[in-house]
Ligand binder design. Sequence first.
Ligand SMILES: [Zn+2]
Length: 407
Amino acid sequence: MKIFPAPRNARVFLSIIAIMAIRPAFAQELLELNIEQRCIFSGGGMDEELYRFADDDDIDKRVAEIMSLGGAASSFDIVQTNVENVSAVLDGEKRYLLYSLDFIEKASEIEITGALAHEIGHHANEHSFDPQLRKTEEAEADQFMGYILSLKGFSRQDIEAFLKKLPSSYDIPVDERLTAVREGFDRAGRALQINSLPFDDDPQLAGLTLPGFPWPPPSCNARFELPEASFKDLKTLGEVEQKIRKALDAKGYAQRSYFSVPNGFALVTQLEQYNGDDGSVRNDRTRWLDYPARDNFEGVLDYLKSLVMPQKGYFRLFVFVVTNQPFGGSAKRVSKEQATAWLSMGFNKLPKSLADASFSSDYSVTSLVYEFEVPEINRKPVQKCPSPRFDAKTHLFKAGLSPGLGF
Ligand SMILES: [Zn+2]
C-alpha cells in the first residue's frame, strides 16, 4: 500500500507490485483500484487488497434490470471481488460496481436487490462520495433503492423489516434512511399508477385523486401574475400547462410536480440553488444540490477553504397556480424540507380530466416564488420573509423563463 499526498484527502492506491513474480497456482488478478471514493452497502471497511474474480451472468442481468426499471443511464464496470457485500466506487472518472458472490449466494432476494439498487443509485445520480456530501448522496441512493424495491413488487412491510436489519452506515440514523426509502417507494407507486395506464384518457386516471396543493398557498412568497396576453388564445388548462412546461424545459427545469387547486392546478418546480448576488441560474451541478455549495473556485486554496468555511446558500422554487379563484396567502409558512417534498408528493403529469377543462379569460396564471437562505452560522435554512431578495418577476426573468412565458 502506498500513500500519496493529495490536496483533498490522502488517496489510497492498491499496488499491483509482485503479482507477476509470485503468481499463485490458481491465478486471481489483483484489482488495481483507488477505493477511497466509495459507498459500501454495509457502511464498513474494505480489504486493502482486492482481487478480480470471474464475471457472473446472473448479476449482470440483475444490474441491467435495475438500470432499466430506474430509467438510469450510467456506465460502470461490474466486478466480482472480495468486498463484504456490494460497493460503488469512483476512481478518477471511472465508476465500478463491486460485489461479493459469497454475499449474493447467502443473502435474501430483497437484500440482493436492495444492496445492488442502493449502490447503482449512487452511480445513476453521478455521486462524488465527497464526505461533505455524504448525507445527501446516501439519501438519494436510498430513494433510488426504495423506487426499485417498489417496482420489483416488495411491500412496504418487507422493506421496513429489511431496513431495520441494516447496520447504520455512515452515521445516518435509520429513521432518516427509512424516510428516504419511503419517498422513493411512494414515488414509484404513483408513477406506476399513472404510467401503467395505456392512454392519457384512460378513465382510471380520472379516478386517481390529484393531491391538493396547500390552500391558500403558504405565505411568504413573491408573487407575479403572468400577463393575460401570454395565454389569451388558449382553450384548455392542458394548453396552459403545455406553455408553462415548454418554458421550463427550455431552461432545464425538467423535474416538476402537479397538484390540484380549486378549479385548477398548481405546477411546482424542483428546489434550485441560484446565485444570490443577482438571481441568475447556476449552470453546473450545484444548481440542484439542496445544500449550499460554491460553483466556482479561484484555486486550490480557495477550494480547500470552502470545505471548512460554511457558506451561505440561496434557494428558490417556483409554483405556477392556474385558477379562476381569487386567493391570498395562508398564515402558515413552509419549511425548506416541506417545499422540497412537494416535488415527490404531486403527480408527474396533469391528469387528462383537468387538462381538458376549459380555460377562459376569468382564469389567471400566477407565479409564486418561495425563497430560502441557508446562513453561514448554523446552516439551518430560513425562509426569506417578509421581504424576498428579489421580486417574482425578477426571479422569472433571471431564470430565463420570461421569453417562454411571454413577458
Ligand atoms: Zn451509499
